[in-house]
Design a protein around this ligand. Structure first.
Ligand code: 9EZ
Length: 537
């Protein structure tokens, strides 16, 4: 028997597990690999010293998978995170070295949903407070008069995997379920028996509000003083998602002022929260980030990560790859520039569109239509969904995620491609309209050649493009140029596509710096300019 420098022993890949995961996951791994489970925490230096022998590393949140570890992993092909967040893994370093990072985002769904319902009932019946009082020797039955939840309105903020599981369970209690989620379609919500509403409506009408959004820049501070002010004084708020989503200072104020009846929290802006005043309030129920902590979730998460690690080791695609799309090298060689074009068109369409995505149609015209376009189609969808999705969207799971979101995806193939050898057109329909972008590959480089039917020629520079519509007349372009110049923003190129002289026109300005929102507002207020949009390309 020999241990070679390939991360395998006699052809069996070697897997190192450095944080505790459920035995079921280890057992699955042992059917496919030679597995070493370290019992005591390895020091960073010990991990660096050992990692070179392994093809896969599996961690939870404790082991820090730094650049040094990844660089020392000469034979490393995949890193598995048993759980959701990958803050402890240098994903960029892994991507650069072609190491696939996979996580296990679905395994804790039921655990979190059940904990949410537990907290909801704890609030409705003051279970923790009554328990504490009884232990103090009190017998105050009238003080803890509760509320039934049947017939009450549960407002769910974020109708993803967990939000849906919460809805189903609340419906079991005969609650009415309403939800706010900018990325879920009305039809999809209807099938779940959930009424979609805007956020202010949800806050004004719900008896219980439960948060199930991902942690993104947009959801940080989503529930602040202004939002809490909309709640009914009898309402209860539950947060089992992430700490930063609810402003803790504003919540403390609102609870003290009686602007809501109570709150249940499993997550905090800082964990552990220390002596947070919020925790001392009588109408607050709290748990130390326990929502995902069940035996069953541990098993699901361990199996979910183990299955994906084994898949990657066998050269198969992973369902939840955080980085690196898994495209076979032969496919990449021929389709490379078209894959980049598809990613660009998808990202551009999603940045241009307003409202909920309803359907997307991709048209492949010219020679490209004769290729197997599944991977191109998946790349467009990934471009569309990645900017608005917390879970990793890759070529493998993009069609699945589109289906889960109720986004209808279709493709068309034609031999005619206007004046191009190949033309790929992405038409994205939302509940507020349709945007169309088209592009081609010229000298091996992707170009966007039309937006909503107006001719442009944009390449990916990693910079910003200001797009606007106006009625073609003298002076407009100059005004925009002056506004940008005054703000010391350099214009690197400009194009105007118009339907006819003095008709509708589309302007595309590429700029070296991002344009601040105030300046975008001022450009928007120039007479005859409309639909101002800053996109990254
Ligand atoms: C944001 C969201 C839901 C939400 C849902 C998804 C990226 N993202 N953000 C605010 N997929 C409700 C409120």
């Amino acid at each position: 028997m020999s241990t070679t420098a390939t991360g395998s022993t006699n052809g069996t890949p070697r897997v190192l597990v450095t944080d505790p995961i459920a035995p079921d996951g280890i057992a699955y791994l042992r059917q496919h690999a030679q597995v070493d489970v370290v019992q005591e925490r390895l020091s960073p230096a010990e991990l660096v010293a050992r990692i070179g022998e392994y093809a896969a590393l599996i961690v939870r949140s404790e082991t820090k998978v730094t650049r040094e570890v990844i660089d020392a992993g000469r034979n490393l092909r995949v890193i598995g995170r048993a759980g959701v967040g990958v803050d402890n893994i240098d994903v960029e370093a892994a991507t650069r070295r072609g190491v696939v990072v996979v996580n296990a985002p679905a395994g804790n769904t039921i655990a979190v949903a059940e904990h949410t319902l537990g907290l909801l009932l704890a609030l409705a019946r003051s279970i923790p407070q009554a328990h504490a009082a009884l232990r103090r020797g009190e017998w105050q039955r009238s003080k803890y008069m509760g509320h039934e939840v049947r017939g009450k309105i549960l407002g769910i903020i974020g109708l993803g995997r967990i939000g849906r599981a919460v809805a189903r369970r609340a419906q079991g209690f005969e609650m009415r379920t309403i939800a706010y989620d900018p990325y879920v379609g009305a039809e999809q919500a209807r099938r779940l028996g959930v009424e979609l509403v805007e956020l202010p409506t949800l806050l004004r009408t719900a008896d219980f509000v439960s948060i199930h959004t991902p942690a993104t820049a947009h959801t940080q501070g989503l529930i602040g003083a202004a939002e809490l002010a909309l709640l009914k004084p009898t309402a209860f708020l539950i947060n089992c998602a992430r700490g930063g989503i609810v402003d803790e200072t504003a919540l403390t104020e609102a609870l003290r002022a009686g602007r809501l009846a109570g709150a249940a929290l499993d997550v905090f802006a800082q964990e552990p929260p220390g002596d947070l005043p919020l925790l001392q309030l009588d109408n607050v129920v709290a748990t130390p980030h326990l929502a995902a902590s069940t035996r069953e979730a541990q098993v699901s998460v361990a199996l979910e990560v183990a299955e994906q690690v084994v898949a990657v080791l066998n050269g198969q695609p992973a369902l939840y790859a955080v980085n690196a799309p898994v495209v076979p090298p032969e496919v990449f060689a021929t389709l490379g520039p078209y894959l980049r074009l598809c990613a660009m068109l998808g990202q551009l369409a999603t940045q241009l569109a307003d409202g909920q995505h309803v359907s997307v149609e991709v048209t492949y015209a010219g020679e490209i239509a004769e290729q197997d376009i599944a991977v191109l189609q998946a790349t467009v969808i990934r471009g569309l969904l990645a900017p608005i999705s917390e879970e990793p969207v890759n070529l493998v799971n993009a069609p699945l995620i589109a289906r889960q979101r109720g986004l209808r995806v279709s493709e068309r193939k034609t031999s005619a491609a206007d004046n191009y050898t190949n033309l790929i057109t992405v038409a994205l329909r939302t509940d507020r309209g349709e945007r169309t972008v088209a592009g081609t590959v010229i000298h091996g480089e992707p170009h966007v050649v039309s937006i909503d039917g107006y001719s442009v020629d944009l390449t990916a520079q990693g910079g910003y493009v200001l797009l606007s519509r106006h009625v073609d007349r003298p002076g407009i372009i100059g005004k925009v140029g002056t506004l940008l110049g005054e703000a010391d923003i350099n214009i690197s190129s400009m194009q105007v596509g118009r339907q006819r002289p003095r008709g509708q026109a589309l302007m595309a300005l590429t700029v070296d710096e991002p344009i601040p929102p105030e300046l975008l507002e001022r450009i928007r207020s120039v007479a005859d300019i409309e639909q101002v949009r800053l996109v990254r390309l």
